[in-house]
Design a protein around this ligand. Structure first.
Ligand SMILES: [Zn+2]
Length: 245
């Protein structure tokens, strides 16, 4: 489930053309993720989701849920110990479900939602709304707060309110170095992390298309339309056959 909008997702298996999109996208990671989520994920009842109108943080959650569907629910990454004398690699590992649960939205007492999606900070004329994926992609996050000339104190209150009602999923992961015990912080940005990981996971696509086209003389379009499991199934049959010769 997406934490802020509360929408349930149904994520279908990737096809070759989805993996091609990940491999060939050159724009910002958020744009790639939006395109991918639009192709892969519908609402729980199978109807299309209007992704640009969903909260921006739900795109990060969607990225993690797509990752879970493609590659499983445990993220394993590596940081280097910041101590120059040590510089040991440190394994960082966590579950996506637990991570999303830890970042669930909470009620915020100092702001009232007016029914139109805008919140008013109590005791002030400051209003804000939860930034949408459309704002994230268009770079219009600044349009989500009024008035424009906020005092630093009011800006901090808006940040605190947003952190409660729409918690950001990017942030620091904490760990400690097993060699020297020093504590380590690792910056984690779900969208760019997931796009990079999916790109790695899709890196065998071209050689698989090549093997299938050579063996069966199927068109590139037909091969890219296969879902990942079937494509890999055929490729392993071809490889088994060659291994037997
Ligand atoms: Zn260390």
């Amino acid at each position: 489930m997406l934490p802020v909008s509360g929408r349930h997702l149904r994520i279908r298996e990737p096809r070759g053309d989805d993996e091609l999109l990940v491999l060939e996208s050159a724009g910002p990671a958020a744009e790639t993720m939006l395109a991918l989520a639009t192709r892969l994920a519908t609402a729980g009842d199978g109807s299309a989701l209007d992704w640009p109108e969903l909260p921006a943080v739900d795109l990060s959650a969607g990225a993690l849920l797509v990752r879970e569907a493609w590659l499983g629910g445990t993220i394993r990454t590596e940081a280097l110990c910041p101590s120059v004398e040590c510089a040991e690699p440190i394994d960082v590992s966590f579950g996506i479900a637990a991570y999303l649960d830890h970042h669930r939205p909470r009620r915020f007492r100092g702001a009232v939602e007016d029914g139109s999606g805008w919140y008013a900070l109590t005791g002030s004329d400051v209003r804000f709304r939860i930034p949408l994926i459309a704002d994230l992609v268009a770079g219009t996050l600044g349009d989500c707060v009024r008035p424009d000339d906020l005092s630093a104190a009011a800006a901090r209150r808006v940040d605190r309110a947003l952190e409660a009602v729409a918690p950001r999923l990017d942030g620091e992961l904490a760990g400690s170095c097993p060699a020297c015990g020093r504590s380590v912080e690792l910056r984690f940005e779900p969208i760019s992390y997931v796009i990079e990981e999916l790109r790695d996971a899709s890196s065998g696509l071209f050689s698989q298309v090549h093997e299938l086209a050579r063996a069966y003389h199927w068109s590139e379009a037909a091969i890219l339309a296969l879902d990942r499991t079937r494509r890999r199934g055929y490729v392993s049959l071809i490889r088994e056959e060659y291994a037997l010769v």
